[in-house]
Design a protein around this ligand. Structure first.
Ligand SMILES: Nc1ncnc2c1ncn2[C@@H]1O[C@H](COP(=O)(O)OP(=O)(O)OP(=O)(O)O)[C@@H](O)[C@H]1O
Length: 362
């Protein structure tokens, strides 16, 4: 656990960046600090590894006060990932990742081999080990930054806007990969972001901070959306809260699936479906590939006949995804698949909404 106990930081010019902060980041959880620009997120994070010294109060790792530790030793115990990765430009990727283990006394050769394993862990090929940072894309560099932070097997990790320097698609990929990695490694992490959607997606707990460095609310993403503590938190969460809350409600068998007559890619639409406005098309492995308007085909269904606008929901996902599958489908029948992508049935928005009537919001 990382604990802030009444921590204040006043800069020499009198700016109070953090004011009496009390916060507990639980073991094995990812706690996100989120809030508007200048609310003291980075100052709070950097006080944990003493890149910034608190003016008063104490920060504890477990039950050890960081103020009593040697700052260099403290930093070796905590992985640190920053925006733009901050890699050493003249060192290879493997050398970058191996920096801390070598500093801690690991044999260079062993550390470099472990670095290659870590690269794979964060989704990069081992062949990147010998490249230099400038030979990697921004997203790849961010992955290296995560690998480097993990290299000394720290129990704690601090991440300051780790995914913000890349485009939205790469960012979403990095977030998904990081969630999978964290499910595996279960580190105690504090992450800073100014992006509320990122906070809600990644955080086990989210601390919404207000300018002046106080926590307005610390809660799970679902609790925040369902029960914002005050109008500042509600405004910061933004619009669509009701819809976004659905992202935290599991389908859990609430919605009954309907059988759907289907066509097969590469074969003609079956004659008895010829008058339907839309027919779902599967591939030969029973995976949905799109919808077709029978009136526009003549002979075998080809890929260019397909309407691809509909999203697919897995039957074990959330009500948000299952509702989205219905709303995005040209037939308004949402496609539901199993974990392997095999077609299970369809849903309509009205059945999803009817199922939502029974969902408790709090
Ligand atoms: N070295 C400094 N001297 C004086 N004031 C500072 C210093 N560093 C930060 N501040 C001020 O402290 C406040 C908090 O800054 P901090 O960087 O912690 O905010 P933040 O929430 O991380 O912001 P952002 O999202 O914009 O990065 C701001 O008002 C900032 O101007």
């Amino acid at each position: 656990m990382i604990t802030f106990d009444n921590v204040t930081k006043a800069y020499p010019d009198g700016t109070v960046a953090v004011d009496g902060l009390n916060l507990e980041a639980a073991d094995g959880e990812l706690t996100v600090l989120v809030g508007p620009s200048g609310c003291g997120k980075t100052t709070s994070l950097r006080m944990i590894n003493r890149l910034i010294e608190p003016t008063s109060g104490s920060i504890l790792l477990g039950n050890e006060r960081t103020g009593d530790m040697d700052p260099a030793l403290l930093r070796r115990r905590i992985g640190y990932v920053i925006q733009n990765a901050g890699l050493f430009p003249h060192r290879t990727i493997a050398e970058n990742v191996a920096t801390m283990p070598i500093l801690l006394g690991e044999k260079r050769r062993t550390a470099l081999i472990q670095a290659e394993e870590l690269l794979e862990r964060v989704g990069l090929p081992r062949t990147f080990a010998k490249r230099y940072p400038w030979q990697l894309s921004g997203g790849q560099q961010q992955r290296v930054g995560v690998a480097r932070a993990l290299a000394s097997s720290p129990r704690y990790m601090l991440m300051d806007e780790p995914f913000s320097a890349v485009d939205p698609i790469v960012r979403a990929q990095l977030q998904d990969e990081f969630l999978r990695l964290q499910a595996d490694i279960g580190k105690t992490i504090i992450m800073v972001t100014h992006d509320i959607d990122e906070a809600l997606k990644l955080g086990d707990k989210v601390a919404v901070m207000r300018v002046g460095g106080k926590v307005a609310q610390l809660a799970t993403p679902a609790e925040l959306l369902a029960n914002p503590a005050d109008s500042f938190v509600a405004d910061f969460l933004g619009r669509d809260r009701g819809y976004r809350f659905l992202g935290f409600v599991g389908v859990d068998g609430r919605v009954e699936l309907t059988d759907e007559p289907v066509a097969v890619l590469g074969e003609p639409v079956p004659a008895h479906l010829g008058a339907e406005p839309w027919v779902l098309v599967l591939d030969t492995a029973q995976r949905p590939v799109g919808w077709v308007e029978p009136s526009t085909t003549d002979g075998p269904i080809r890929e260019e006949h397909l309407n691809l606008s509909g999203t697919h929901a897995r039957h074990d996902e959330t009500m948000r995804q299952i509702l989205d599958s219905a709303l995005s489908s040209p037939s308004r029948r949402g496609v539901v698949v199993d974990g392997l992508g095999t077609f299970k049935g369809t849903v309509t928005a009205s059945t999803v909404v009817a199922a939502l009537e029974g969902v408790k919001v709090s």
